[in-house]
Design a protein around this ligand. Structure first.
Ligand SMILES: [Zn+2]
Length: 356
């Protein structure tokens, strides 16, 4: 839950933005040369299949809210460009008015079921940064499904013994103990170097402990990644599938880093027939050491979770984005489309999904 200070800051920001909107400042910035020369890259993760947006509103949005965002985008007169074209025009100073590109991270199944139909309705191009390991091992993503199950089963205490062997009864009703239980389970899996199959069995145990119908979650494919045939269909339907590493991680070792990109690229090529050359840093984590490695791998652009609009002065391998979250009000979203919000103090966005 947001703190009182954060709530107060949010209210202040809302009042400021509403005043700026009524005073015509949105329009002034909209039409300014400053905004005209900038590209707003929107970033999304999941669009919920069921109740995932209630579990993590920073990573998952309901389809209803996502639709209102797309409607606002349309009403505000933004030009939504395919990402590669937007970049080309950004660096040749040839952007149309209020340029926007839409990106999705990870490639969960809900992109296919929820986001894609809405994007098609609006005829908006989209870039999907796909992490590929769980595309082939099509079971729920370990770290995120553990977090989701602990939240979903929060009305019951959890006996950690059958899961990690530690004698502890944890109440999952509040955020703190729930986060510690999640840490315990993740550390256990890491410490034992469990394989994907072993981690999957651990998740089954956890669901069983929490009396959650795991088969029902599997049938709905909650927090699963896209299957190869779905990626293929999306690419045929015009979705631009790009790189996000194979195992959602960026090792600090050159060889391992390059392998992540190569495995990811090969897998995407097999599914789409295209050679991906745009990259998004998993979890928004980047390091100066990555830049020469990205160049070596033939990467043309890399997006971060740093908040802002991209300009001609932006390093193409460190492009800022705007991570849209459901807690944001329509006026705050409109503030970003116009560019006004870039001048106001901001929270930091992130892609919280951790490495596999
Ligand atoms: Zn990610």
């Amino acid at each position: 839950m947001p703190s009182t200070k954060n709530r107060m800051l949010k209210q202040l920001k809302q009042v400021t933005l509403s005043t700026l909107k009524t005073s015509g400042a949105f329009h002034l910035v909209d039409r300014s040369r400053w905004r005209h020369r900038r590209l707003l890259i929107l970033a999304y993760h999941g669009i919920s299949l069921e109740d995932e947006h209630l579990w993590d509103y920073t990573q998952v949005m309901s389809p209803e809210v996502f639709r209102t965002r797309m409607e606002l985008l349309k009403k505000s007169g933004c030009t939504v460009l395919p990402f590669a074209e937007a970049l080309k025009r950004l660096y040749s100073d040839d952007l149309p008015e209020k340029s926007v590109s839409i990106t999705f991270d990870d490639g969960t199944y809900d992109f296919y079921a929820q986001a894609y139909p809405i994007l098609r309705e609006f005829d908006y191009p989209v870039t999907l940064y796909l992490t590929t390991f769980y595309t082939h091992f099509n079971r729920p993503v370990f770290d995120v499904i553990c977090s989701y199950l602990l939240w979903k089963g929060r009305s019951l205490p959890l006996d950690l013994n059958p899961i990690t062997g530690r004698d502890a009864q944890v109440s999952l009703a509040s955020d703190g103990p729930r986060a510690r239980a999640l840490d315990d389970i993740r550390s256990f899996a890491r410490g034992r170097k469990l394989s994907a199959e072993e981690k999957d069995r651990l998740v089954e145990l956890l669901a069983d402990q929490l009396k959650i119908d795991y088969d029902a979650l599997l049938a709905k494919r909650i927090l699963h990644l896209l299957k190869p045939e779905e990626v293929k269909r999306l690419a045929e339907g015009g979705v631009d599938v790009q790189l996000h590493t194979h195992r959602h991680r960026t090792p600090l070792d050159r060889g391992l880093f390059l392998r992540e990109i190569e495995d990811n690229r090969r897998s995407i090529r097999e599914m789409t027939g295209s050679n991906a050359s745009h990259f998004c840093y998993p979890s928004g984590v980047y390091n100066p050491a990555f830049l020469p490695w990205l160049k070596e791998a033939g990467i043309r652009s890399a997006t971060t979770c740093d908040l802002g609009l991209a300009s001609r002065n932006s390093n193409p391998l460190l492009l800022p984005r705007f991570l849209d979250v459901s807690s944001l009000s329509p006026v705050e979203f409109a503030g970003w489309l116009s560019g006004v919000s870039a001048a106001l103090p901001q929270r930091r966005g992130t892609d919280k999904v951790v490495g596999y």
